[in-house]
Design a protein around this ligand. Structure first.
Ligand code: PLP
Length: 363
């Protein structure tokens, strides 16, 4: 007899990560990684946590990532019982869905937004309800509050659109929504405001953060969630007992404690983002105003109006120049566009050079 897996697991599809090309010479503007290295304090802290002979690795790490959570607590001015650490923020998104969704208890999300949520929902056999973002890039607050979701994710700033919804809009949703409202703030460091203060005023609000983007630690897997202690207590029951390894905890503390590095590198990314945006507008592309470390831009040129095949053509042209960006063909708001991660000045220059060539009709 053949062992039978859960039918809903058999029926689901895995998340599709952005391409990580092998080989040299690629300009990677496809997965929103930071173009700058993490704070120099990170490598020093990892080295010191490892020790000369690696003997520290014999021992289990702090099960509750104590020092890292203390650093988060200081940063946000919240008691440490309001913080749970995750192996990347994807880990905490998964824990939230495990604790709050299931059969008959839907996961809600704005569409388009982060395509991992439906994958995590499928793994818990939970239905997904989607609230469509409109052509003017707003969404209906009522559609969210009437969605019937047990847990609703608002990616803010939105990915892949890049726009930021005002804190007062999120507060209106929180006030009328009966379920748990998760604000996924993966890109908050690049935005003009965030929603962490809503934790004090709205008991159903949860904030998730990652160190993968602004702190340049995608390869280390560090994230966290801020929530009321009742919520943290639930997540604590369902997480892996040692969900962050020793090196990740040390790296996370060092990264959070170097506020100057964060400010400088985020400042550089934001300046490059404005230059990239303006240069694309100058060649006639349309660009969504971005509060993140990427821009969503729609390529056009003589004879190629905005559309799926134009964006595909521009994508392939860039790829032939070893410049990787990302396409999101599944949604009408993104199907004609390219999502371009903000790189170093040299990477932005190389991208713009190729984009201008394509727009001028070569290739
Ligand atoms: C990158 C990203 C994350 C995941 O961050 P990790 O900490 O690397 O798991 C979560 N949400 C959104 C919207 C993201 O773009």
């Amino acid at each position: 007899m053949k062992p039978t897996p859960n039918s809903y697991i058999e029926a689901m599809l895995a998340y599709t990560p952005g391409e990580q090309p092998q080989g040299e010479g690629w300009i990677k503007l496809n997965t929103n990684e930071n173009p700058y290295p993490p704070s120099p304090a990170v490598a020093a802290a990892v080295m010191s946590a490892l020790g000369a002979d690696g003997a520290a690795l014999r021992l289990y790490p702090s099960p509750d990532s104590r020092r890292f959570r203390e650093a988060v607590s200081v940063l946000h001015g919240l008691p440490v019982d309001h913080v749970l650490a995750g192996n990347g923020s994807d880990d905490v998104l998964n824990l939230l869905i495990r604790a709050y969704a299931g059969p008959g208890r839907p996961v809600g999300m704005l569409n388009p937004s982060y395509s991992l949520y439906p994958v995590l929902a499928a793994a818990q056999n939970a239905p997904v309800v989607r609230v469509e973002i409109q052509a003017d890039l707003t969404f209906s607050i009522h559609a969210v509050t009437d969605s019937g979701a047990s847990i609703f994710f608002i990616t803010n700033p939105n990915a892949p659109l890049g726009i930021n919804y005002a804190r007062k809009t999120i507060a209106q949703v929180a006030a009328d929504f009966k379920g748990l409202l998760v604000v996924d703030e993966a890109y908050a460091a690049f935005a003009p405001e965030d929603c962490s203060e809503l934790l004090r005023t709205h008991s159903n609000v949860v904030i998730t953060r990652t160190l993968s983007k602004a702190h340049a630690l995608a390869g280390m897997r560090v994230g966290y969630v801020l929530a009321r202690p009742e919520v943290i207590g639930l997540l604590d029951r369902v997480r892996d007992s040692y969900n962050l390894d020793r090196l990740a905890q040390a790296a996370g503390v060092a990264a959070l404690n170097d506020a100057n590095w964060l400010q400088e590198t985020v400042g550089k990314v934001k300046r490059s983002r404005e230059r990239l945006t303006q240069s694309l507008l100058d060649i006639g592309w349309s660009v969504v105003p971005s509060a993140t470390n990427f821009v969503l831009a729609t390529p056009v040129r003589m004879g190629s109006p905005p559309g799926v095949s134009t964006s595909e053509h521009a994508f392939e042209f860039l790829r032939s120049k070893k410049i990787l960006v990302r396409r999101f063909p599944a949604h009408p708001l993104t199907a004609s566009a390219l999502r371009i991660t903000v790189g170093t000045d040299a990477e932005v220059d190389a991208f713009l050079h190729a984009a201008k060539e394509w727009t001028a009709g070569r290739g």
